[in-house]
Every structure is written in C-alpha cells, then in structure tokens.
Ligand binder design. Sequence first.
Ligand SMILES: *Cc1c(COP(=O)(O)O)cnc(C)c1O
Length: 460
Amino acid sequence: MKKVKPEPFKIKMVEPISKISRKKREEALKRAGYNLFSLNSDEVYIDLLTDSGTGAMSDNQWAGIMSGDESYAGSNNFHNLSNTVKEVFDYDYTIPTHQGRGAEQVLFPILLDEGQFAISNMHFDTTKAHVELSKGRAVNLVIDESRDTSKYHPFKGNLDLEKTKEFINEKGADNIGFIIITITCNSAGGQPVSMKNIKETSKLAKKYGIKVFMDAARFAENAYFIKQREDGYENKTIKEIVKEMFSYAEGFTMSAKKDGIVNMGGIIGIKNNKELYTKARSRVVPLEGFPTYGGLSGRDMEALARGLKEGIDFDYLDYRIGQVKYLGEKLKEAEIPIQEPVGGHAVFVNAGKMLPHIPYDQFPAQVLGNALYLESGVRGVEVGSLLLGRDPETKENLKSPLELLRLTIPRRVYTNNHMDVVAKGLIKVKDKVDQLKGLEFTYEPEVLRHFTARLKPIKE
Ligand SMILES: *Cc1c(COP(=O)(O)O)cnc(C)c1O
C-alpha cells in the first residue's frame, strides 16, 4: 500500500453527490452535444472540470462570512484583507477585484503602451486576452522542457532566460511593457517556477529597466514545490518562501479562486510603488468598484483574508499536492500516459498517446473525456486542438502540440476514494480505447468554440 497523507481536517458538513445511470449519462452527453461543458452539474458524479472557485471553505472562513462589514467605504474586512496581504507578501497596497481577470483589466492598460510586448513563461487565456485588449502583444517564453510530457524536470514552469534576453535585445527594452511570471504555470500543467528562476528574471529585468509582476493564482503550491525540490529551501517555511518569491516582483494579479480557497475573488497587490497604486486605484472605480471593495462583498473579503492564510499552511499543501500526486501515481501504475512530474492542481492525461488512431482534428482528448464520463460519471476537460481553435487566416484547424485531458482537483472537496473511482474509470476506458470514434462538429462557434460547440461521433 502506498503511503497516503491523511486529510488535515475533519468533515463538518457534507454535500450529497450521486451517480446517474449509464443510460442517463448517455442521454445527457447526447443532449450536451458531446461537450462536457454543456452538462448540468447534477449529471456529473465527480467534477474535475476546474479547480477554480470549486474549493471547500473552512469553518473559520464560513464564520468570517458572518462577520461581513458591508460598508461601502473602509470596510473592516478590507482592512483585514490588506493587513493579510502585508503579512503574507509584504506588499503595501491591496486592491480587491471580483476575480483574477478583474485585476488584469485594471492593471494591464496602465503598464502597456500600444504595440508593446508582455513577456511571460506562459500567459493564462484571460491574461493573454487582457494584454491584447490593452493593445499589447503576449509572448510565451517557457523553457523547452515543458513540452516534453515524459521528461522529468523539477521546474518545468521556468522562464527561458536566454530566450528572454534575446527577445528583449531584438525588440528593444522600450518595447517591453512588463514581464509576468505565472506561478505555478497553469497552461504548462501546473508546473512550478524555481526561486532561482524568479530571482534571475528579476535581475535581468532590472538591468533593462523592465517591471516584473506575478500572475499569482497558485502562489502557495509554487512555494510548496520550491520547498520540496530546490536546494537551500528545505528548511524554510512556506511563509518565508512566499515572501522571498514576491520580493522579486513589483506587484501581482491574483485569481483568489485557486490558492485563496474562495469561490469568487481577486486581488491586485503592489509592493511599494505609490504612483502605480494611485493609477490602479482610479481605474478600479469604474471597472470593479470603490477601491475598498472592488467588486467583492465585505464577507467575501473576510473569507479571502482567512483563506490566504490557510492556503499557505504546510500540512494543507502537503495533503493537497499529495492527493494530486496520488491520482497521478495510480494512473502511472496502470500505464496510462500522463504529464510528469505531476503538477500542483491537476493530472494531465496524454490522450494523443492513448488514442493514436484518432487524428487531432477529431479531438482525441475530448473523445477520452467523453468516454470517461460515460464510464464513471467523472468530468474532466479537454486541453488540446478543440481548445486551440482555427487559424484566423486560413481557417484550418490548428494542431495542438499535445492532446491532453485535464483532471483538475478541487481543494478539500474529494477524498482519495473518489480519486480511486477516477483512476478505475480511466483504466476501464484504456482497455477499450480502440473502439472509440473521433468527433465532428454539428455546431462550431467562431470564438472560444470549446465552451459551446456541439459535436457528434463520426460514423464510418
Ligand atoms: C484562473 C486564472 C486567471 C484568471 O482568473 P479568474 O479568477 O478566472 O478571472 C489568471 N491567471 C491564472 C494563472 C489563472 O489560473
């Protein structure tokens, strides 16, 4: 038996879930146009669509909800949140926003002039979108190792410093708006960025007079990986590691729906640049709300202040990352190809490898996701060519370098018994993959097609 970290909590409240029959699942999937996004949640048994806003709050957070101070200006909960940001990140200025993209829409237009580049290890979708809405251009310069799913590298989220230097020299430092480091690197599979890489990025940026920001959604998981994998950090606390990570940046945008363990919320954090803070504060009013609430209720800010502290607790992180790893190892034992090492918030199954008979433009990862749903009521999400879309000019289907099925684990929600159900389901699917058929569109929206597309299995 594998050693498994027990949950560092006991359960005070439960939410019943149940599995509908296979026949009902077949009907549901057909009605949903073979698109898992179109299922109703009560048609899903174990929901691994996303870890965003799907976590379970603690009794302490729920108690915070009851002490919401809903004053329009200067709420106590805002002060508590701002003091927590000071304590955890050592940043002077906090602006709440309704979620991560709210922070992006407020901050990016201040940082980017038309045509300037934003450099990142990898931009998250909304981050890229807000760079482009600010008339900037998003460039991803993650290390090449991140693209090889079977090769071990402890920090696959690292920014490629050589490429970054070359890029800055080629375009000119004046044409770079900012560097934003995504921690952990979501789009590369929740892969961490090392302290060394963060520090060297900051040094390089300073040399050219470029500002560094963090896309901080999974900052605590990143700190945990640094403690586990980077020399010199094994005896530091998560808190110390977080403080050091953020000392190398000027500010952050954060989706608090991940490591903040709340269902909705975001933050702009600014270290000590008062001018930048003043600009962001005036932009937040028309976009999100008055600067002491920025789109959040007082009670939500209180839950977030408490969640930020719980998110950096070592025992919690050890259990959390341990659970993701537990699922990854179960799949590996069954010789299901996954991205390695397993990241912080999800296991990525390499559907391209598992279903080699299905071409990329028949969406193998979507086929696998649907088969897993039919088998066991588990909902994952496709991260591959369906998500990628078409070339804007030629209208050809773009071929994603990887066809992945992401199994994203919500925080403190499911037990390892649930993980066993997921693994068992995939193992069953593996035994009959050659019977699975590709998919074709019956309706294809022009933008962000994966959310609302309708498909059907291809008949031979
Ligand atoms: C979720 C996420 C965002 C966007 O945040 P929302 O709260 O969904 O608006 C931005 N960056 C990263 C890395 C994320 O994971």
